[in-house]
Write a protein of this length. Structure first.
Length: 176
């Protein structure tokens, strides 16, 4: 199973993210845009994981969720940007770099990664850059300009997610 650990959003947050994505789409000549139900904030990408390790993952998630820094809080996401690689762009909405909530989110991420490594899970070793992907493989001919109002995202639970293609459609399913 292809797994990752994420923060999922309520409909109000999804609606705000889709408004930003709706600004992006017409400015692009092509792109693979995130489906509304797939919008999330990734904390740890695990990749292919044997089904027998799911119970261990669930225990790690439960352990991290009871830490003091994991009590419910909000992180404002208030700007857009893109990562470029091999002439392809990934457009995203990013977290406010100057808020206390971001420090708590980074602490949770750090605890999660440490516990995953202690349990011999393979995790991505890139630095944590909290973002919500709007579109991948974006191509455009003019400079993209997006307006991003602040979106306050409640961080109150971690979700184990499965990624799979169902009838050719990338689908994320919450396992816990």
């Amino acid at each position: 199973m292809r797994l990752f650990i994420a923060i999922n959003f309520d409909e109000a947050v999804r609606k705000q993210l889709l408004q930003i994505q709706a600004q992006l789409r017409p400015q692009c000549t092509r792109g693979n845009f995130t489906r509304p139900e797939n919008l999330h904030l990734t904390l740890a990408f695990l990749g292919e994981t044997p089904e027998g390790k799911v119970a261990s993952l669930l225990q790690i998630i439960e352990d991290v969720q009871v830490l003091p820094e994991a009590s419910p809080f909000e992180v404002p996401f208030n700007h857009t940007g893109c990562f470029s690689h091999s002439h392809k762009e990934l457009w995203w909405v990013g977290a406010d770099e100057n808020c206390s909530g971001l420090n708590r989110l980074k602490a949770i991420h750090s605890q999660l990664i440490n516990r995953l490594l202690e349990a011999n899970f393979s995790v991505d070793n890139r630095s944590f850059s909290p973002h919500i992907t709007l579109g991948r493989e974006v191509k455009h001919s003019e400079k993209i300009v997006l307006k991003c109002n602040e979106i306050n995202i409640k961080i109150d639970r971690l979700c184990l997610m499965k990624s799979e293609h169902i009838r050719g459609i990338l689908t994320y399913t919450e396992l816990s």
